[in-house]
Design a protein around this ligand. Structure first.
Ligand SMILES: Nc1nc2c(ncn2[C@@H]2O[C@H](COP(=O)(O)OP(=O)(O)O)[C@@H](O)[C@H]2O)c(=O)[nH]1
Ligand SMILES: [Mg+2]
Length: 211
């Protein structure tokens, strides 16, 4: 069967419980927002195709995770199959921001020597009055951790949701182009597919130029 993607990237959603990881995944892949709490187990897997600026077709394998208590037992296999991570905190809950640094360090320690690229997400930015973390604090932390960017996102109001996933996918693609990350045997974070044929070859039709 013809492969319809150029690349496959595994992407992990990480962060404290209730920061909105499952909601973010739901909004991105289904286009919906459900107010009632989704399953606290939260382990879910979704596939979403994106076309990057360069016309490159990427299949994103998106791994949702549950909260910190299950981190060690469940999430490690997802880390092994990922090249990118959306590190999510809730802008209205400072303690979720304070935990970002240790999530980041823990992931890097675990995936070594495989690469992991991060995007920091300040989630629930629709909740203006309840905000406890400013946008400049988010940006500053991303810079300190040398994370590839910071975005303020709302799944509820559909702000920057697609941009968050696609920015991370673009960063991964650029790093691959620059040979900063490469395919590694036994690692499924980044897979290169066959070239995508825009039009399937029409073998039974003669060429209009040469008859
Ligand atoms: N105001 C607001 N609430 C959100 C947003 N995203 C998620 N929530 C709410 O936050 C709670 C936790 O969301 P959930 O996706 O289960 O978080 P998870 O534990 O990180 O997967 C739920 O009540 C959601 O409705 C958002 O963008 N804005
Ligand atoms: Mg969840």
């Amino acid at each position: 069967m013809e492969v319809s993607w150029n690349f496959r990237f595994g992407i992990l959603l990480l962060g404290e419980s209730a920061v909105g990881k499952s909601s973010l995944l739901q909004r991105y892949t289904e286009g919906t927002f459900i107010t009632s709490r989704l399953s606290p187990l939260g382990i879910d897997f979704k596939v979403h195709d994106v076309v990057l600026e360069a016309g490159v077709k990427v299949k994103l394998l998106l791994w949702d995770t549950a909260g910190q208590e299950r981190f060690r037992s469940i999430t490690k296999s997802y880390m092994r199959n990922s090249v990118g991570c959306l590190l999510v905190f809730d802008v209205t809950q400072r303690q979720t921001f304070d935990r970002v640094r240790s999530w980041h360090q823990e992931v890097l320690n675990y995936v070594k020597p495989n690469p992991m690229l991060f995007l920091l997400v300040g989630h629930k930015c629709d909740l203006g009055v309840q905000r406890q973390v400013t946008e400049s604090e988010g940006k500053a932390l991303a810079e300190q951790l040398r994370i590839d960017g910071y975005l303020e996102v709302s799944s509820k109001d559909n702000i920057n949701v697609g941009l968050a996933f696609e920015t991370l996918a673009s960063v991964i693609y650029q790093q691959f182009q620059k040979h900063k990350i490469a395919v590694r045997e036994g690692w499924h974070g980044l897979t290169v597919g066959a070239q995508v044929a825009e039009e399937p070859p029409q073998t039974n039709k003669s060429c209009c130029y040469c008859g």
